[in-house]
Design a protein. Structure first.
Length: 281
């Protein structure tokens, strides 16, 4: 299943995702472990890695544009009263070890390092579960612990003055097709209606596939969704939407997102049913 740099997630022996732990990437992309390609059970890829429109979008993972001023998202940094600015402030997420590694998941330890020092220690738990003969679930939990002697905080371009840009946290860069994907929740549809809102689940549907994202803890469900469909297809859960998230020394922030990966374009009722099955204890 594993080598020094990657492992493969499998459902009943079938590969559904490759996880790269030590990517060789330029510092400007904020190097970090990522899942890509992630596929449906029939083999359709539903992620993109370093696409031309955003080279720093790396499949599925955790990316945060502002940890105490350090960029763990990649690309330019949004600076208040200046806008997107090229800064030499990029950090990296460094794989330390797997505490557990099985064909259907893993538990990983990581260090978030910037300017020569460690800011955060992360425990990442990922599991793949079969739901039906055409859908499976990716269960993704990350726990960030402040290992510095002082308080630090997590921000976003939104908290730094750019309205509507509260990206940062769990992020899935989806497959780009000729037509923009459809995005919907149980009671709303379209990027303008869904972006920045809270919903128990959110679906992104392409030509032959559907991704259904669900906050799997009460705290995660409080985070609004970050959604892009027209500019590029991507979904994330916003850690810092309205204000910065403080983390005191030794304290831990935890989020869990479960994503249904399905063949076909799901109706709302089926999307909701699969989410219930994926998130139930």
């Amino acid at each position: 299943m594993t080598n020094n740099d990657s492992l493969v997630l499998r459902i009943a022996g079938r590969p559904v995702g490759r996880y790269t732990t030590r990517p060789e990437l330029p510092p400007r992309l904020s190097p970090r472990p990522y899942l890509h390609p992630v596929t449906t059970l029939s083999g359709t890829a539903v992620t993109e890695f370093s696409p031309a429109d955003h080279l720093h979008h790396l499949g599925v993972g955790v990316a945060v544009p502002d940890v105490e001023g350090h960029n763990f998202w990649g690309g330019r940094t949004f600076v208040r009263d200046r806008g997107p600015t090229e800064l030499d402030n990029h950090g990296s997420q460094r794989h330390t070890a797997f505490q557990l590694s099985d064909p259907d998941g893993f538990v990983e330890e990581l260090r978030w390092v910037a300017a020569g020092g460690e800011l955060l220690r992360e425990r990442r738990t990922v599991a793949a579960t079969e739901l039906t003969d055409s859908a499976w679930a990716l269960d993704f939990t990350f726990s960030l612990t402040n290992t510095t002697p002082g308080p630090l905080s997590i921000g976003s371009p939104a908290t730094n003055g750019r309205p509507g840009a509260a990206y940062g946290g769990f992020f899935w860069r989806a497959r780009k097709e000729a037509a923009a994907p459809r995005v919907f929740t149980l009671d709303s549809e379209g990027e303008p209606e869904v972006h920045g809102t809270r919903a128990d689940w959110l679906a992104l549907a392409g030509s032959t596939w559907t991704l259904v994202f669900a906050g799997a803890t009460e705290q995660t469900r409080k985070d609004p969704w970050f959604v892009r469909t027209e500019e590029y297809p991507g979904v994330g859960s916003s850690l810092a939407h309205d204000e910065r998230v403080p983390i005191e020394p030794g304290e831990t922030v935890v989020r869990r997102v479960v994503t249904v990966v399905a063949d076909g374009v799901l109706p709302r009722t089926e999307a909701a049913a699969l989410v219930r099955k994926a998130v139930s204890p």
